[in-house]
Design a protein around this ligand. Sequence first.
Ligand SMILES: Cc1cc2nc3c(=O)[nH]c(=O)nc-3n(C[C@H](O)[C@H](O)[C@H](O)COP(=O)(O)OP(=O)(O)OC[C@H]3O[C@@H](n4cnc5c(N)ncnc54)[C@H](O)[C@@H]3O)c2cc1C
Length: 454
Amino acid sequence: MLFKDTPFSLHPSFHHGQNTSIDALVQIIKACSSDNRHVRVVGSGHSFTPLVQTNDVLMSLEHIQGIEEIDTESNTVTVLAGTPLNTLGEVLYARGLAQENLGGIDVQSIAGAISTGTHGTGIGFGTLSTQVDGLTLVTATGELLECSPERNPDIFKAAQVSLGTLGVIAKVKLRVVPAKRLHFKSYRERLSDCLTNLEHYNQEHSHFEIFWFPHTPWVQAKFLNETEVPVSKSSLWGNFNKIVLENGLYWLLSECCRLLPPLSGTISKLSAMSIAPVNEVNYSHRLYVAPRVVRVQAMEYAIPAEHVQTVLSEIQACIKQHRFQVHVPLGCRFVHADDIWLSPAYQRESAYIAVHMYRGMAYESYFQHIEEILLRYDGRPHWGKMHTLDAARLATLYPHWHDFRRIRATLDPQDLFLNDYLRRLFDADGPVPSDTAHPHMGVVVQNDESHNLV
Ligand SMILES: Cc1cc2nc3c(=O)[nH]c(=O)nc-3n(C[C@H](O)[C@H](O)[C@H](O)COP(=O)(O)OP(=O)(O)OC[C@H]3O[C@@H](n4cnc5c(N)ncnc54)[C@H](O)[C@@H]3O)c2cc1C
């Protein structure tokens, strides 16, 4: 992905237990701070925006992984920040637990996933960041800072989605649920019927999403619901078919589109016609995700859920009018409102609309036109996917934008955790308005010995 080798790639090692690795992390941050370096932390490098690009220090926490504590009374687990979601899923499953929801892939690190507000689908579920009950940050001064709804609550609301700008997340405390089996059902349906049934689908099913095939009237509708039915038998042929044949064939068709873009409409129709009904039961962490081999460019926005029918109809008309040569389906998922300052679902029941273009094909004009539509409906961009918004525009979309900037500037006055992209995104050189709600207060950081940072 965007992960590039930089002059200083650091991997604090996991030698003698968890504390050692977090101690190593603290020492590295202290050294970087006193040397006036700039540090970016990479998870699994699966973001489409240049969040982790740097010519200075790039740090990976891939060796800081594992579960530190499982509390079965409060149903929480404390996870080291570099733990990949797929590892976490299997470890939780072995203990009879699960994350309440996941996105479409599970290779991200837990810290990387929450830092951009990664989400799945289901109007009863928030983004993965809403599963977080507490965080341990290594701040720019190399201090360990605990935050949770009770401790440093404002920093917590900022840190639940922070694009890695408040410090290095060392540990995450997550709310978990008992392991659950889901029934996965998927079939082809007309977009118009699906839009008519949208409300009912969202109410009747725990998880519902659609993929619309451009230039066709068809969607693939996907539903997941809890069940007591045993796990379906998986055949070797079924798995081979799903992972190798479907992805391989789709890659081949996509290559045809790349070489001959006018084929896009036909190939989208062919792909839509090949959607076969699926009925499968498995444990949740195995069903949320789908194998993805085909590489795409992606842009995704969260819009207020009530506009979804209108927006999808406008997008359909826009693709037709401009004859965009695109065959990769557009995704639409639903996410519950939350109270996290930089979450695209902040205080809004949201529909996330994701558009994709096969790698190597022209995407700029397509994304630009779709982005204009999404912005007309107050769309907020997914932080890990492509968008063109600047600080001024983002400030109008996020009520706590300046609160976030203020906390960032207080925790990291030397801009240790910024790269050029983030410096522009947060207008780090611009003025930070004072806290109008609490004009006499700075950012109060509660540590073991509670003290005021400003
Ligand atoms: C094929 C594909 C499918 C995807 N599917 C979905 C999906 O279904 N739903 C969805 O919402 N998104 C999806 N995404 C986007 C993806 O979930 C996010 O971009 C996510 O942030 C990537 O996690 P990562 O571990 O790769 O983090 P990275 O991309 O490496 O980093 C993301 C951010 O997290 C920060 N970070 C990482 N570790 C730490 C740490 N320890 N402390 C502080 N900051 C840290 C980084 O600095 C950066 O700002 C998809 C992306 C791809 C490529």
